[in-house]
Ligand binder design. Structure first.
Ligand code: CTP
Ligand code: CA
Length: 228
């Protein structure tokens, strides 16, 4: 509705929010990317900021602009999954929560070419070899102290089952499960339909709503979890 709710509920809390997509370079001019817009993560970052938090935004490629909202916000721009990991690693110890809204590239190109790959006459095929990237949410889930670690699960089928597995395997405190097979709730949409998963709780489906409203609702939930 355009009205920004300001409060200081999260004053003195430091929240890291990753968003957008990381990419996997193939050569100096090409990369493998993904369709993440950054909208959901940016909605969360705005909500956290307006609740008084210190917000560290770690942004991959986005299709929206990210205007720094003020002194309590720092925006780090990264390219690869490894860059995103290293940036978050510098911030994690001082933070209270890590929210991984980024679409993280799962694979990097093993045979990255230092020079632009040229077409060769008569060549029928070229091969890209991929190897796994670090799992950022899992890594920090395993090494956290008091921090909350929160992730998304973008699924096209068996949404709750798959998301529940991610909650466990990544030692997350909260997973936001998200059906990306629907065009009004997936990548680049302005609305979303999510289900909240937490260890020891039944899945909690939230009504379809704007990404802005879901961002506010999520940060209110995170605030209540940080108080415990
Ligand atoms: N994530 C991460 N590091 C990765 C891959 C994913 O931190 N290398 C995070 C995402 O930001 C998201 C959560 O883990 O918060 C789940 O991401 P998703 O792609 O749904 O799950 P994956 O574990 O990568 O499994 P898959 O893509 O095979 O479903
Ligand atoms: Ca993935």
């Amino acid at each position: 509705n355009g009205v920004i709710h300001q409060s200081n509920e999260l004053a003195s809390k430091r929240i890291i929010i990753s968003l957008g997509g990381t990419l996997s370079p193939i050569d100096p001019v090409r990369y493998i990317g993904n369709r993440s817009s950054g909208k959901m993560g940016w909605a969360i970052a705005q909500a956290a900021y307006h609740m008084g938090a210190q917000v560290d935004v770690v942004a991959g490629r986005t299709s929206i602009s990210l205007p720094k909202l003020g002194d309590r916000m720092t925006i780090y721009r990264v390219q690869t999954t490894q860059d995103m990991y290293e940036t978050i690693n510098q911030l994690f110890d001082k933070s209270n929560a890590l929210i991984m809204a980024a679409a993280v590239a799962d694979f990097k190109v093993t045979n990255y070419a230092d020079q632009k790959i040229k077409k060769v006459a008569g060549q029928e095929q070229i091969n890209l070899q991929l190897e796994p990237n670090i799992d950022i949410l899992k890594t920090f889930g395993e090494q956290k102290k008091d921090q909350l670690t929160i992730g998304f699960a973008a699924e096209t089928q068996d949404v709750i089952e798959n998301a529940q597995q991610k909650l466990t395997s990544k030692h997350a405190d909260l997973i936001i499960a998200n059906d990306v097979s629907q065009s009004d709730t997936g990548f680049n949409a302005d609305t979303n339909k999510v289900t909240i998963l937490r260890p020891g709780y039944d899945p909690e489906p939230w009504a379809q709503d704007t990404k802005q409203a879901i961002g506010v609702k999520l940060m209110q939930l995170v605030n209540s979890m940080l108080k415990k």
